[in-house]
Design a protein around this ligand. Structure first.
Ligand code: DAH
Length: 347
């Protein structure tokens, strides 16, 4: 009986200092576990004389119950304490201003592409795609850029195989693909926006991966005047109704004649400023009449068919339109490049 009282007193004094569930569990095992001190006393019953067995057994049960009660009430106490602590820590101050949730949106390059697609589709153009891993044959050879042609130097790119498969350095190979695929040799009107690659070192105006949009129109009796009219519409759509356009003579192997596409400066209106480098004009793309050899390479009789082609650098157009000075911001998750300009639901 003495043992029982002592055990209980001991438990009572220890439990006062318990402050966590783990400690409490250890204590439960120490006293009430299979080999715990209270359980061990049960085995003593067998050694006692018959008359004592009953009273000892009853006492032992009482002690067990009390021990269980002590532990249960401590358990409640700890749980309540832990809950209160958690509530205090996670308390939300509903008077604080809310955090602004930024809504995802397409990259601004995508917006410019969609703008151009919408315009050109309304003019009867189809939007087509071509592979980024391209044959040298389509990226250069059939575009009138044979091996060793000096104009290849400006378009050095990444090669997948030694000589024949590369990452396209321009979207112009899609011209070739479209003409070759059109077996009936009917008129063509396509644009192709997409990624292009060059072995350029990245800086504010160069990137080893960038975006172009190609245009190709093939039909009968097409002249530079048709190209001029088309470019004029594109320029006004992108840079405002007041824009004037001009052609400047240039050279591309796949067009003849070739031109640079200039718009009157949207910043100074043509007077001369730092954006147009004092000239009043800004170059936004290249174009020309589809070269005789290119038509022939693709099975279009150059004596019958005529056409024009154009190419825009989408980063350049976007930088000009939105006053962005470093093209790397397009690719580095700068949220200001998300298409938030037209969104009324986002501040
Ligand atoms: N592919 C040319 C480039 O990357 C741009 C270009 C110029 C495309 C004239 C054309 C074109 O279709 O007619 O520099």
């Amino acid at each position: 009986m003495k043992d029982l009282e002592k055990i209980l007193e001991e438990l009572q004094s220890k439990i006062v200092n318990v402050s966590s569930m783990n400690e409490l569990n250890d204590l439960r095992v120490e006293y009430l576990g299979k080999k715990g001190s209270i359980s061990m006393l049960s085995s003593k019953i067998a050694e006692l004389p018959v008359e004592e067995k009953k009273t000892f057994g009853a006492e032992l049960n009482k002690v067990k119950m009390t021990a269980n009660e002590l532990i249960d009430s401590k358990k409640n106490e700890i749980e309540t304490k832990e809950l209160n602590e958690k509530l205090a820590n996670e308390k939300i101050d509903i008077s604080l201003p809310s955090t602004k949730v930024t809504v995802g949106a397409p990259n601004i390059l995508e917006k410019v592409i969609e703008d151009l697609e919408e315009l050109l589709m309304s003019m009867g153009y189809d939007v087509v795609e071509g592979p980024e891993v391209e044959k040298d044959l389509y990226n250069f050879e059939l575009l009138n850029l044979p091996k060793g042609h000096p104009a290849r130097d400006a378009q050095d790119t990444f090669y997948i195989t030694d000589e024949t498969i590369l990452l396209r350095s321009q979207t112009s190979p899609v011209q070739i693909r479209t003409m070759l695929a059109n077996e009936e040799k009917t008129p063509i009107r396509i644009i192709c926006p997409g990624k292009t690659y060059r072995r350029d070192d990245d800086d504010a105006t160069h990137s080893h991966q960038f975006t172009q949009m190609e245009g190709l129109l093939v039909d009968k009796n097409i002249s530079l005047a048709n190209l001029k009219g088309t470019f004029d519409i594109i320029a006004k759509r992108l840079f405002g109704e007041d824009r004037e356009t001009r052609f400047r003579p240039s050279f591309y192997p796949f067009t003849e004649p070739s031109v640079e596409l200039d718009i009157s400066c949207f910043n100074c209106g043509g007077k001369g400023c730092n954006i147009c480098k004092g000239t009043g004009w800004i170059t936004v793309g290249g174009a020309g009449m589809v070269h005789y050899n290119v038509l022939k390479n693709c099975g279009y009789d150059p004596e019958v068919w005529t056409g024009f082609a154009f190419g825009f650098g989408i980063e350049r157009l976007t930088m000009l339109k939105y006053g962005i000075t470093d093209c790397r911001t397009f690719y580095t998750n700068d949220l200001r490049c998300a298409n938030i300009y037209d969104r009324k639901d986002v501040e």
